[in-house]
Design a protein around this ligand. Structure first.
Ligand code: ADP
Ligand code: ASP
Ligand code: MG
Length: 442
């Protein structure tokens, strides 16, 4: 437990989730198995969630795209769910060899029930009886992450990074003390340490801030896992799978505020204005030219996209120059949803008489996140000025009370992250030694 936080819930059950890099090869699976066994031997009941090994999910997606440009989502889920099953079976073997009884379960066997949105399903229920039974029989339970079974009895997957959500959902269902997310970085940082080597590890982050960070590209925790953790009050401890050190605790706003106060008393530092700079390089922009300036047009467009399961992020609609003229509407979508968005828009474009559709696939986004900005004017002005000084053109802007996001050309994202990180005083000492850029993380 972090010295900044109070003790846990008192439960003797823990969920440990290992990401793809942490189980990439036989040696790493054995290392994870040893860590799992150590936890069990310390007296805890252990539920483990594993991701597919290394880049296995990317490989499976590439296999599908070699066969078909638009693979059927149901079949994609059958394919993608195999990656995490392999990891679980192998890890169970490694744990058995260490003298403990382990049982591996698919998402379906573990009782993870989802809706029917293939490739981005939502968890509706976790029927954890089988897991609890196995724990009572003194077994270590390994659950394949990122998957479930739909209410129509089909295999589903939970979207990229979905094993985090499996882990949090299981932690809630079994009443775990903590959901430990073991990954290839030592915690949640003030920026992606692969882009900004001077990023600092954050000791404690509130759900509110982590939600904004994950939503704006900090893939270290999947957005839905943070939503689920907040709704169900699950504390997340995000930490390195390669070393023992304390990572980052993601906890309620009140717990985070108390921890910040305690840390301020100890260090006499001021509350930071912003917590992190986040980024995404997987954005695409669609512009519809000549949208009728009539009530309902935007609704028709948004409904078509929503029905196709496309998540629209930023939207801008300009004011037509004269009353009867038509408007232009631009919005961003995740690049992986671009084809689905284009398909969904075809009939709407025809119905509304939209004159042209332009798509740009290589957009990026940089955001700053921090509860401290709620009470400080001038933060947006500083963001725009810093980006302007870097010669970076801001193409779209969106804000929330604790976030400012700017869409910028994809290739300028790293420069934008570093400039903002420095300008807001987040850069500490280099956390990564220059001669060994990502050594400790790979
Ligand atoms: P896993 O396979 O363990 O789930 P992910 O690749 O999904 O790991 O997430 C870890 C990666 O998230 C890190 O390697 C890092 O590059 C990236 N990342 C992005 N933003 C951040 C951040 N703010 N703090 C830490 N890591 C981040
Ligand atoms: N294997 C899946 C992915 O690569 C899920 C996960 O790793 O969380 O997205
Ligand atoms: Mg992940």
């Amino acid at each position: 437990m972090s010295p900044l936080l109070d003790t846990g819930t008192g439960s003797d059950t823990v969920v440990m989730k290992f990401g793809g890099t942490s189980v990439a090869d036989a040696e790493r699976i054995k290392r994870a198995a040893a860590r799992i066994v150590k936890k069990r031997e310390a007296g805890q009941r252990v539920v483990v969630v594993l991701s597919a090994r290394g880049k296995e999910t990317d490989r499976l997606i590439a296999d599908a795209l070699e066969i078909s440009e638009r693979p059927a989502p149901r079949e994609m889920d059958m394919l993608l769910s195999t990656g995490e099953r392999v990891s679980c079976a192998l890890a169970a073997m490694a744990i058995n060899d260490l003298g403990h009884e382990a049982i591996s379960l698919t998402g379906s066997q573990a009782g993870i029930v989802t809706d029917t949105s293939h490739t981005k399903a939502r968890i509706l229920d976790v029927r954890a009886d089988r897991i609890l039974e196995a724990l009572d029989q003194d077994r270590i339970v390994l659950v394949a992450g990122f998957q479930g079974v739909s209410i129509a009895k089909d295999v589903t997957t939970l979207g990229r990074g979905g094993s985090d959500t499996t882990a949090v959902a299981l932690a809630a269902a079994v009443g775990a003390d903590v959901c430990e997310i073991y990954t290839d970085v030592p915690g949640v940082f003030s920026a992606d340490p692969r882009i900004e080597p001077r990023a600092r590890k954050l000791d404690v982050v509130s759900f509110e801030e982590m939600l904004e960070m994950s939503a704006s590209g900090a893939g270290v925790l999947q957005l839905r896992s943070v939503e689920y953790a907040r709704t169900h009050g699950v504390r997340i401890h995000c930490r390195s799978s390669f070393e023992d050190a304390e990572g980052t605790w993601v906890v309620s706003e009140s717990e985070a505020a108390a921890a910040l106060q305690k840390s301020n008393q100890e260090n006499t530092v001021e509350n930071p204005l912003i917590t992190a700079v986040t980024h995404s390089t997987v954005e695409a922009r669609i512009t519809l030219k000549g949208v009728p300036d009539t009530p309902g047009a935007a609704g028709t467009i948004a409904t078509a996209l929503a029905e196709a399961g496309v998540n629209v992020d930023m939207i801008i609609q300009n004011e037509p120059p004269e009353p009867d003229a038509r408007a232009d509407m631009s919005f961003t979508v995740p690049r992986e949803d671009l084809l689905a968005a284009q398909d969904a828009l075809k009939p709407v474009v025809a119905d509304l008489g939209v004159t042209a559709v332009r798509t740009e696939a290589e957009m990026g986004k940089v955001s700053i996140v921090g509860a401290g900005m709620k009470t400080h004017p001038g933060v947006a002005a500083k963001v725009f000025t810093v980006l302007g000084e870097q010669g970076i053109n801001i193409e779209m802007i969106s804000t929330s009370p604790i976030k400012i996001s700017c869409v910028v050309p994809g290739e300028q994202v790293p420069q934008a992250v570093r400039a903002l990180h420095g300008a807001f005083g987040l850069s500490g000492e280099d956390t990564i030694r220059p001669e060994q850029p990502f050594g400790q993380f790979s």
